[in-house]
Write a protein that binds this ligand. Structure first.
Ligand SMILES: Cc1cc2nc3c(=O)[nH]c(=O)nc-3n(C[C@H](O)[C@H](O)[C@H](O)COP(=O)(O)O)c2cc1C
Length: 130
């Protein structure tokens, strides 16, 4: 998991795909935080992306950096604990103007049953599960 976290942080932006009925949806995301040994992402409950995850928690993310790309597929699990949200906001002070651990909007999800695949044009893909 550490290699995945490092890649996503260095890439800065990743693209999160969700399922909306029979329509894939994708958008840029940036939040990544390790808390309690799990990899978390953050969003707001008011967003369509949140509603899609609650309806169907399967996701895939893709990021690209220095000729290598990473895909992570799995399931997102909401963690409503205040400390999980606060840890994310501590990692991203810039979010603290928009979100707080005590508002009704901030939400964090951790990744469960992840299959991470590192690929490049140079060699065989490397698969990591966590
Ligand atoms: C570089 C970048 C990083 C972003 N990171 C996040 C993020 O971590 N969480 C989030 O909720 N929105 C993030 N956004 C904003 C979402 O992409 C935006 O709100 C999007 O419209 C949400 O998807 P939706 O419209 O399907 O709900 C980011 C936007 C950019 C440009």
């Amino acid at each position: 998991m550490e290699k995945v976290v490092k890649f996503l942080k260095e890439a800065e932006t990743y693209y999160l795909a969700t399922v909306d009925g029979d329509q894939p949806r994708v958008r840029p995301f940036g939040t990544v935080n390790v808390f309690d040994g799990k990899l978390y992402i953050q969003t707001g409950k008011v967003k369509d992306v949140s509603k899609q995850i609650h309806a169907n928690p399967k996701f895939e993310i893709c990021a690209f950096k220095n000729g290598e790309w990473l895909r992570v597929a799995g399931t997102l699990v909401e963690d409503d604990r205040r400390e999980a949200k606060q840890a994310m906001l501590d990692a991203y002070p810039s979010l603290q103007g928009m979100y707080s651990a005590d508002d009704a909007n901030t939400e964090v999800f951790y990744i469960k049953d992840a299959t991470a695949t590192f690929s490049s044009f140079m060699g065989a893909p490397e698969v990591v599960k966590f």
